[in-house]
Write a protein that binds this ligand. Sequence first.
Ligand code: ARG
Ligand code: ZN
Length: 870
Amino acid sequence: MKNASAPVTHYRKDYLPPDFLIETVKLKFELDPNATLVSSELMLRRNPQSDGLAQKLFLNGEGLTLKAIFIDDEELTEKDYDIDESGLTLNRVSDRFVLKTCVEIDPANNAALEGLYVSGDKFCTQCEAEGFRKITFYMDRPDVLAEFFVRIEADKTQYPLLLSNGNKLDSGDLSENKHYTEWHDPFLKPCYLFALVAGDLDLLADEFVTHSGRKIALELYVDKGKLDQSQFAMESLKNAMAWDEKRYNLEYDLDLYMIVAVGDFNMGAMENKGLNIFNTKYVLANPATGTDQDFENIESVIGHEYFHNWTGNRVTCRDWFQLSLKEGLTVFRDQQFTEDMRSKAVKRIDDVKVIRSYQFAEDAGPMAHPIRPDAYIEMNNFYTVTVYNKGAEVIRMLHTLLGEEGFQKGMSLYFKRHDGSAATCDDFVAAMSDANQFNLDQFKYWYSQAGTPTLRVDYDYDESNQCLKLHFSQNNAHESASEPYFIPVKLGLVGTKGNQVSFSSAEFGLTNVEEGLIIVTQPNQTVNLEGVSEEVIPSLLRDFTAPVKLDINYSDQQLAYLFANDGNTFNRWDAGQRLMQRFLIDEEDSIKESIAEAFRALLNDQSIDNAFKARCVQIPDLKTLFENDPNGRIDSLIERRKTLKKFLGIALEDTWSRLYNQLHRASDLDLDGVSVANRALKNASLDYMAFSSEQHEAIVIKQFEDAKLMTEELSAFSIANHHELEVASKITQAFYDKWHSEPLVMDKWLAIQASVDSLDTLNRIQTLRHDRVFNIKNPNKVRALFSTFAALNFSQFHRIDGAGYRLIAEAIIEIDEFNNQVAANLAKQFSSAAKLDDARKMHVQQQLKKVIDKENLSKDVFEVVSKTLE
Ligand code: ARG
Ligand code: ZN
């Protein structure tokens, strides 16, 4: 370590309430790209909840140049305060005082994109988790809630628009072609929800009338010329507002809701009070530029940030260890929103795929942590699939256990108790428990233990007593997990004629049901199902009612049977996935015939929805396979996956081309569910056709040339590249010529080329990174080229000569110079290191040592890489 000071670890157990509270904040920004002045006036008072002894007060502040400092209008002298690289210490404070400071900052050179920075020609902010300290001296912690008054001054020509949180109080002209606006946010908030935007933008304006009849002005701001890509986001916002009223009885609270889209953004979007700031990726799309998947993502992220207004802003987190309080809950809410807007079963499949490929891998890797972490070096490293998506699974289990009505009762009590304050995960669970008289003590291990439990099930049928015995045992490999979990298991029984067989369970209050919920709480537990009239195959963990690995010993025939007959859509899909893993992981060669047969039956069944079919014919991705393969045999998994795909392409030749032609003829330009589903299945068919159809290349070219929708154009472009068709380079060039001035479309162009399984891809990436559309300072570009390569291009990232690892390690070193967050995220791509074979492991270690030896390595990257090297 060459860092000046060793990175500090923060622990959840060390929480103490703040010594002081901030009642009001008055901020004045005099905007200038290289020298912005931030004047702040804080009304501070001693926290009655503290021990009252503190004589000093520390305020966070990083990279600030202090210009002036006063307490109660008296200028401080050098002995009154100390400043170091982390902040300002006031050496003697009274019980109540006003602190005034003025600092200078340099937004144009802020490539970390945290705090106040410049993106394009506009100013914007990102403060969560701890970015506000780069704007002014402040108690930068989420449990300090204050009333904000903001004044912004800037050049009127360059920055006609000056926005901040809440309501606009005043605006007017100043001398020297400057102007100002003044904002007031009546809702108390922590500083991570502060936002400011200044620039010259196009506006899409609309209105929403709430269920109590209040009119809310909706304003969506995008870069000049992008209004034709902003309508869908606005529709999504109105749908989200209506949905939250209907399902949660939650109404918007200010009179104005603003969204601004910016091209340089570290994450997806940010729920700043009344002024969301979004990555353009989750706002801008019309059918020509955005795929069907983009539209779904936009709807869901717009929903997510809107839902945060209650679950995040009105009730926020006491400390950052509680992040899942707002994120797990809000992801769960946005998942429900998509389920209600689109197909519930298909959305569930898509969400579970994320858990199984990314979250299970994180749980098994060096950065494993409970959804409520106990320690961190850099909080930004904990915006993870565990906190967000496993967090959402934990909330979903509460919903499953309590039912919609019970869950809503719990939500009401939660808001009643905590509205306007900062809460903990324990508070949330207590509200759910108290509102329902439901003991959740054991359930809480889901918050404190890391790792993925395995739920093993054996069963036997006693015909004479018509009793099915299910023997469960739970097992959690992770060191932090010694306590058994409280696991809800939804189940049904499938009879030999494809029928659903009813059952009873006195223990769980089930009488003659076709589907029911049981709860596994013991390390080993037997559940008796009574009244089971025939031999059955149990269908367990329906809809993935718990984030566990279900280990049950089905025969190949039983799996194929469940794939065809399970009464639960999710479990049907799951049976198909398991069946394919028999070939891919268990290396059962002969099973490929039954897979083909099962596919044929599925694809010919007119009663099944095409979106579901499209999911079923997707072979499990390599990340999931690698995670599930106890030995992590990269080369064999890659080979077998190719073999299976090719086999299915050829074996079902007629089916694929019939489907393609049928769906192509019927294709339209609509974005409704049926059209989206048709395109998904059609493009999956075209992908398989590459292995058989002689006209395949001509069809791909035609689809590319005729395409009016990005979904069509991109899949032709992608198939041409992935199958290395002769026409690939021509198509790649044509796509570039058409779209080179649309950054979001160029992200797709980069991503597809980075994911091609070809020895040439590394060279291609070296060329692409010097293309004029690439810019290493832009996170979307880094993700498109480097993260896609590392996450999705299994064969080339894991090249046996280590060249893939070297590419990513060098990118981390380069990016860490200016953007620690993006660099650290890239470093997480090495999390599977421990499972690799010796040769690859050695290459990874060599590369990571280079990274950790870097001069001035950020604590962000240090935390990830040091844990990976352990
Ligand atoms: N709260 C934002 C959201 O999920 C994300 C903020 C992420 N911040 C970070 N430093 N990674 O909606
Ligand atoms: Zn969120």
